[in-house]
Design a protein around this ligand. Sequence first.
Ligand code: ATP
Ligand code: MG
Ligand code: MG
Length: 380
Amino acid sequence: NQWLGLLGGGQLGRMFCMAAQRLGYKVLVLDPATNSPAGSVADGQVLADYLDDAGLAELAQRCVGVTTEFENVPALAMETLAASIPVSPSAFSVGVAQNRIEEKSYISGCGVPVAPHAPIRQAEDITAALETLLPGILKTARLGYDGKGQVRVKTLDDVKAAFDNLNQVECVLEKRLTLLKEVSVIVARDHQGECVTFPVAENHHRKGILATTIVPARIDDVMAAQARASAISIARALDYVGVLCVEFFVVEGMGLVVNEIAPRPHNSGHYSIDACVTCQFEQQARILAGLPLGDTRQHSPSVMVNLLGDLWFDAQGNEREPNWPGVLAMPEVKLHLYGKEQARVGRKMGHITVVAATLDRALEVAEAVRSLLGIGDDDD
Ligand code: ATP
Ligand code: MG
Ligand code: MG
């Protein structure tokens, strides 16, 4: 049995392990945490810091290739590994995705539009010329996720205050666009440059966190084809190897605009586990193992609902178990829990995928799931 290596122990890694194991591979996970979601289902664990030389050496020695499951994996760890075994995606691709400024210039470089923006590296960069970007959103260039590290700004004084509040770390000011919709495309590209995309997903958020993904997205076929083609252009330009998510805004008068990319499987692609012939995690395993890409065809319309830690607490703040028997009694519902030991508000604990004969039916069942579990409405 061949071993595949994984940097990171989160839920994306857990679902990667399960997909790789179905194909007969063993997975070795490197993560500092004991009982991590991926570590607890993996065939082997290296309990070490991502930059620990001995840990990385063990991964390199035992595995045929290494992949990653979190966005902010240290580029140095990937470079160290790449000196002795295949690593996908490359440290370069991950590096581009880790910095919003580089990310945007790379994407517009391949002819795909991004939101109007300007880098803010020091207080002197905040000048009257930025007025055209207001009202805007000031985002830290690095390390933000789930809407963290973002401040909405209306005036230049707001920008100055927000920049100070973010301790003057490197930021990007983006024009706030009026979004008609948010969609995403998962693209998988192998070592030979073969490339496939998954159907376009429509995403809805609550408090800055992905809440619901509806697939196929309710956009016209021309726009869907364009989103898939743009995702392929970006993957090609990066010479990307692995699974990549491209998030888009649909903007009145502008059409599709790329928001950001994630160099890994993505929450908005979880529907593929239950609704597609091959899921995003299996593609990641296939690519790493040098196997052909799988069929991305969606066999059932689907709605994915995220299960956040909020559900584990009642109105008084006491911990409780959500009504899983009730959920599992519903037809067309697949429940995925990530085995996290401690629930926290806003923490991703699992998801539900509704797979139905029609999208209308899937939406109806998702609504029933939400009301059974007490999940509030999406913000958008
Ligand atoms: P993720 O968890 O997806 O990685 P993130 O913290 O990296 O999130 P973004 O995806 O950049 O943050 O932004 C979060 C959400 O904020 C977007 O999905 C969108 O709803 C809204 N948003 C971000 N940028 C803009 C913009 N320029 N105009 C309008 N809305 C925006
Ligand atoms: Mg992000
Ligand atoms: Mg995002």
